[in-house]
Design a protein around this ligand. Structure first.
Ligand SMILES: [Zn+2]
Length: 533
């Protein structure tokens, strides 16, 4: 019997310990040998490095795909932002909204001004999304359409920000963003399929072969109540370039009239829950938002932010409602992925998981805490003891690290987006980006996990740095573990899926300062070469 494809003259980083193999042989979609064997096709890699394909354990695929067609607000100044808005307004068809994404007031010196936006795009509705996704800024005509041009409304779990005179500034935080929903949602499935495919093609070019999409179907994160249909259609029409695990937004879970002995107080219709699907498209955890963002000062902290004394952020719902949601989802058979950035929110989630496991024990669930943004040492130990998987974002340290340092002050800098102490506690952390919140190229994430420096050049909790091999393992095997997929993916071993990235250098041995310069030469998914430079 011949293999279909052999990649030879390679340095194969198997991630089984520090083993390196000379070749990898593939038959159909699986790895069948780690040596040169007879094959229908043999490719000489000329010494290039082969690793498992990257798995981004927390990204927003449709949101990122949509943002690829929006005005790019990653600009150096407010003036440049107004120019970019004006430029799009000059060429957009009559009546079309000007939608931009990716602004960060920490880099601009402040949020955009609603009146300046009105001047930049006369008569247009302008909607600018903050890089965190936790807030947005809208201009006068949009505020008028929402009926809040001159006075705010109360939104539970959110804020319509006003100036000293009580006039809305256009900044809508957290749940207040939902005010826009009736105007923009739902996106058509066809638009979402386009976005999903566009995002997936970028992922392949960066060595990513699988992702976990961090919230579909509802809440402020959802793009349509039938968002899963978009992923299914993408898959059925050959337009889903990578393997996807979908988190379901908690907002779409509802009481289900199952038999009382089933222990399913809430779920989706038909009792569908975590695990349904296959290796290409699968339902993952339920996504519960417990708080907001660190650089936006909307995450729930036990102590004040360093740069805004008296402020500790807030929870997205009452503590009791959040706790009940987590416990009931656990009892109903869901894996829970709870967004928790501030340490007060992390306390709440750990308490809820603890209670859930005491009352309704389940084995090897791997509930997750998304971000685990600012965690005290006792919380690391407790997550390990509870079998909770923290899901930090390495690239945050670089791209928004300067804003994080200001919000946390020097004492808590080492609590931010930890890795070292997670590994030391026996936790298997995944790698992820939260794209489009920051650049999602995995090698940028690896670079920051190893170097722990902000893009401004400051060390950010250097004691939380890990080695290149550990970072690579997190972004592959760790992410597979967080998805209960480590038997099929995450290492280069006989029997596993042939999901591979071919790299110009080895993240495990290259000078740490140049990890981000490593190039992706090609990407293999299920035995097919799906991208080549
Ligand atoms: Zn996210």
């Amino acid at each position: 019997m011949k293999a279909d494809l052999v990649l030879t003259n390679a340095r194969v980083r198997t991630l089984v310990g520090d083993q390196v193999a000379p070749a990898v042989a593939i038959w159909r979609d699986r790895i069948v040998a780690l040596e040169d064997v007879p094959a229908h096709r043999t490719v000489d890699l000329d010494g290039a490095v082969v690793t498992p394909g990257f798995h981004d354990a927390h990204n927003h695929m449709a949101w990122y795909g949509l943002s690829l067609s929006e005005v790019d607000l990653r600009v150096p100044s407010l003036e440049a932002l107004y120019d970019a808005v004006a430029e799009r307004a000059a060429e957009a068809p009559e009546g079309e909204w000007i939608v931009g994404a990716g602004y960060d007031e920490n880099k601009l010196g402040g949020h955009p001004d609603r009146d300046a936006l009105d001047r930049a795009a006369p008569g247009r509705k302008v909607w600018l999304k903050h890089t965190s996704g936790h807030m947005c800024l809208v201009n006068g005509p949009l505020l008028a359409e929402l009926g809040i041009a001159d006075a705010p409304v109360d939104v539970p779990g959110g804020l319509v920000v006003v100036d000293a005179a009580g006039r809305p500034t256009g900044l809508l935080q957290e749940q207040a963003q939902q005010l826009l929903n009736r105007l923009v949602l739902p996106y058509p499935v066809a638009t979402l399929v386009d976005a999903i495919e566009r995002a997936g093609r970028v992922y392949l070019s960066q060595g990513i072969t699988s992702v976990t999409e961090a919230g579909v179907g509802g809440g402020w994160i959802g793009k349509s109540p039938v968002e899963v249909a978009a992923y299914q259609l993408a898959r059925d029409s050959g337009r889903l370039p990578v393997r996807v695990e979908l988190m379901v937004a908690a907002d779409v879970l509802h009481p289900v009239p199952a038999h009382e002995t089933d222990g399913m107080p809430l779920g989706l219709d038909l009792g569908i829950r975590t695990g349904l699907g296959d290796d290409r498209l699968r339902l993952g955890p339920v996504k519960v938002f417990s708080d907001g963002s660190l650089i936006g000062h909307t995450c729930a902290m036990t102590e004040d932010f360093a740069d805004t004394p008296g402020e500790r952020g807030f929870l997205q719902d009452s503590a009791d409602a959040l706790r009940t949601r987590i416990v009931d989802a656990h009892r109903s058979g869901w894996r829970v992925a709870a967004h928790a950035i501030g340490d007060a929110a992390i306390d709440l989630v750990l308490d809820a998981v603890d209670e859930a496991q005491r009352r309704w024990p389940r084995t090897d669930v791997r509930h997750r805490i998304e971000h685990f943004g600012v965690s005290r040492p006792d919380q690391v130990a407790r997550a390990a003891a509870l079998g909770v998987v923290p899901v930090p974002q390495g690239r945050f340290v670089g791209e928004i690290g300067d804003g994080m340092l200001r919000a946390l002050g020097p004492e808590r800098a080492g609590w931010a987006y930890r890795y070292r102490s997670l590994l030391d506690a026996g936790i298997t952390p995944p790698g992820s980006s939260d794209r489009p919140v920051v650049d999602g190229a995995p090698l940028r994430g690896l670079h920051d996990m190893v170097n722990r420096r902000t893009d401004g050049g400051l060390p950010c909790g250097p004691e939380e740095a890990i080695s290149g091999l550990e970072a690579l393992t997190a972004y592959t095997l760790g992410s597979a573990y967080a998805s209960h997929a480590e038997r099929d993916r995450g290492t280069v071993e006989v029997g596993k899926y042939a999901d591979l990235a071919v790299l110009s250098d080895d993240p495990a041995t290259v000078d740490p300062a140049s990890i981000r310069d490593i190039e992706v030469l090609s990407t293999v998914l299920a035995g097919e070469v799906v991208w080549e430079r």
